[in-house]
Design a protein around this ligand. Structure first.
Ligand code: PNS
Length: 159
């Protein structure tokens, strides 16, 4: 069975990677799907995000990294997938996530969303907080995969 793990991944964090590892054990194929035409201003280009994620996921042999634009349900249909994975960190994620899951099911009645409770170790980690911390000189090495850390250092610290 296939599952899509969609997101902005700007950049992927160890919290995201933990979800990827868990779903890669339970499903035959995992599609990490990066939204490419998002309203949010992104730090990394889609190609940079693909490269980072591919490097971070190189040990998972059933994981594919793809970009999509438009509606998630349309992309899911195009690869014949009916299941979306999303991580839930704090209670504050719940409202937005349930709204998205309900909208996706309203758009396609067969579409299910599987919520995974994030690893407690990373429940406070988000791509935005990582960018904020490193932009003010804080150390984020222990919260992102090595490939993401390398690219963050290039963007923020010119290293
Ligand atoms: O990592 P994010 O930013 O929380 O991911 C949000 C994402 C990309 C999963 C969501 O915005 C999305 O699926 N957008 C595609 C457009 C769409 O289908 N919108 C309607 C359902 S929310």
């Amino acid at each position: 069975m296939k599952i899509i793990y969609p997101g902005s991944f700007d950049p992927i964090t160890l919290g995201h990677l933990d979800i990827v590892e868990r779903i890669s054990k339970k499903f035959d194929e995992v599609y990490i799907a990066i939204l490419s035409n998002y309203k949010k201003q992104s730090l990394f280009t889609v190609d940079e995000r693909i490269k980072i994620i591919e490097e971070a996921c190189k040990d998972f042999n059933n994981v594919k990294v793809v970009a999509f634009s438009g509606l998630l349900v349309d992309f899911a249909k195009s690869i014949d997938c009916k299941l979306i994975a999303r991580g839930l960190r704090e209670v504050s994620d719940y409202e937005k996530e349930v709204q998205m899951a309900l909208m996706n099911r309203a758009l396609d009645n067969d579409m299910e969303t599987l919520f995974l409770v994030s690893n407690a170790k990373y429940s406070f980690v988000s791509s935005s907080i990582i960018k904020e911390v490193i932009s003010f000189g804080g150390d984020v090495e222990s919260f992102v995969p090595e490939a993401a850390y390398k690219m963050l250092k290039i963007k923020y610290l010119n290293k």
